[in-house]
Design a protein around this ligand. Structure first.
Ligand SMILES: [Cu+2]
Length: 172
């Protein structure tokens, strides 16, 4: 009797866990699908509403940016013009890894959610994103096609929340 009662209890708990996991799976599936679609758009055509990968040889300007372990970019505000091909030359002046990700506020928020979902996994460089190791300098070239306000941000765990974000103003 005792064993049977325990079995039923365990079975009940398992059923509850299964139900809970079912919900989690649904949520995970949704975010995985979002992640897949954004990853595919990044890796496929790799174009965005605001721009596309640019040819470094045809860059109109090179913008030099430094990252620091105080979770800041220097400068933290950059202005370019729509139609320009811009090479962002980012130097990691800190002792920990930083990222440089260009996108709209919504894309930054989505990227942050994906990074949290992935448990702080190291991000692969994408058309609009790169990771920079301490002491390293890396280039990201983009042709910015649309005027507006974009952001560049770091999504290493905790950095975005700590304010590691800068404004990229695209003049018409
Ligand atoms: Cu960072």
């Amino acid at each position: 009797m005792r064993t049977r009662a325990r079995f039923i209890f365990v079975f009940g708990v398992l059923a509850l866990v299964a139900a809970a996991c079912g919900d989690d799976d649904a949520a995970n599936t949704t975010s995985l699908m979002d992640m897949t679609s954004s990853t595919m758009s990044d890796m496929g055509e790799a174009s965005f509403a605001w721009g596309m990968p640019g040819d470094p040889a045809n860059a109109d300007q090179v913008v030099e940016i430094m990252t620091s372990d105080a979770f800041r970019f220097d400068p933290d505000s950059v202005e370019v013009s729509a139609g320009e091909t811009v090479t962002f030359r980012v130097t990691n002046g800190g002792a920990i890894r930083h990222e440089f990700v260009v996108g709209t506020q919504t894309e930054q928020d989505d990227h942050e959610a994906e990074m949290i979902d992935m448990g702080g996994m190291v991000m692969a460089d994408e058309a609009n994103a790169m990771a920079i190791e301490p002491g390293e300098t890396k280039d990201l070239t983009l042709t910015i096609t649309a005027a507006g306000i974009l952001q560049f941000a770091c999504h290493e765990t905790g950095h975005y929340a700590a304010g590691m974000i800068g404004n990229l103003t695209v003049q018409p």
